[in-house]
Ligand binder design. Structure first.
Ligand code: KG4
Ligand code: ZN
Length: 348
């Protein structure tokens, strides 16, 4: 391992995972995660105050665990990277405060970086440095964005969801079907036993009239409503719900739209590499269709292992490493957190 590359400590706290990781160059030394997801389950969604307190409790132990596992001491750290946004303000503030304290205490530069870009760039730790241009589809409970990355850190936002994120749509349909929160993985499991062609659900923003303005945007709320209507009609008729078929048909609609629009964008911008990141990239239907359609289109598909797709510290350390490598200017110690940080802004 080239010792000349700086050692970057990454801290992620934008939602319910406290992530701390150490990256040197493209090498991940350690990725420690503590999650408060179980504390939110009974509320059916993330409660920001509970998440903030969990981050506060987990922060120091998670940093200590990461350092101990990597057998690194704090004074060996060369730079601190932290999620500056987008995300929940309270949780973000806990991570930013910890990062600022470390930067001041160690007298090391601070880099406040973008969570969503981190979801894509983490793949450099797995599959190696990005080529000059990369298409990134970032899909999770909070985001569904299509981004064009030039030299990894120059971002063009091609499109995003106009309403629900893909994971959010799954969680809402999960609730509708009476599945536990979060519903995404349950629908995935049921869908594998169902017929994806059983019900023809709508494909949002794919009509010819949407191509001009919304070619790379997504919309899942119409689909969610269509599923709700279909389910209600069956319930009103006193019929049993064919859970597997509804799940499979719904999942097929989401995967179809995500992959069709992403591949069309790759073609339109002549990009040969696609990275898929975010917690929703665990979805089997998306993975299968993306693999098939990328192979057909001659596009290299990169999807990191699931533990790097859900929120983690490695994604922030990886992006920190990318901005340090390019000599980008560190953030000021006075930076705020930004719950709606623009996706074109990689670094504050
Ligand atoms: O990235 P993530 O862990 O947290 C957010 O930043 O949102 O993503 C979690 C989201 C949830 O909406 C969850 O239901 C969804 O991703 N999800 C899935 C699957 N695994 C996680 N949705 C569908 N199929 C899956 N296998
Ligand atoms: Zn995320």
């Amino acid at each position: 391992m080239p010792v000349s590359e700086p050692l970057v400590l990454g801290i992620e706290t934008s939602c319910d995972e406290t992530g701390v990781a150490l990256v040197r160059g493209y090498d991940l030394l350690v990725d420690a995660v503590a999650s408060s997801v179980d504390e939110h389950a009974r509320f059916g969604g993330i409660i920001p105050e509970i998440a903030s307190r969990a981050h506060l409790e987990a922060m120091v132990p998670t940093i200590e665990r990461a350092l101990a596992t990597a057998e690194v001491t704090l004074d060996e750290v060369d730079a601190i990277a932290v999620t500056a946004g987008p995300g929940l303000v309270g949780p973000l503030t806990v991570g930013a405060s910890a990062a600022k304290a470390l930067a001041i205490g160690l007298d090391k530069p601070l880099y406040g970086v973008n969570h969503v870009i981190g979801h894509a760039v983490v793949d450099e730790l797995v599959d190696g440095p990005f080529p000059e241009r990369v298409m990134a589809l970032v899909v999770s409970g909070g985001h569904s964005s299509l981004l064009l990355l030039d030299d990894t850190v120059h971002v063009t936002e091609l499109g995003s969801t106009l309403d629900d994120a893909a994971g959010e749509a799954f969680d809402k349909v999960g609730r509708l079907l009476g599945l536990p929160y979060p519903g995404g993985p349950h629908i995935d499991r049921l869908a594998r036993e169902g017929n994806p062609e059983a019900i023809r659900f709508p494909r949002g923003l794919t009509a010819a009239k949407d191509q001009a303005k919304h070619a790379a945007d997504f919309s899942f709320s119409g689909l969610k409503t269509a599923v709700a209507r279909w389910v209600e009609a069956r319930q009103d008729a006193g019929e049993e719900l064919p859970l597997a078929d509804v799940s499979a048909s719904f999942a097929a609609a989401v995967a179809d739209v995500l992959t069709a629009k992403t591949i069309a964008a790759c073609r339109a911008h002549d990009v040969r590499t696609l990275v898929v990141g975010g917690g929703f990239s665990a979805n089997s239907q998306l993975r299968e269709l993306a693999a098939a359609r990328c192979a057909e289109a001659g596009i290299e598909l990169r999807i990191p292992p699931i533990r790097f797709c859900t929120d983690n510290g490695a994604m922030i350390a990886a992006l920190g490493s990318a901005v340090v490598r390019r000599g980008m200017r560190p953030s000021s110690l006075e930076i705020p957190v930004d719950s709606s940080m623009p996706l074109t802004q990689v670094l504050v």
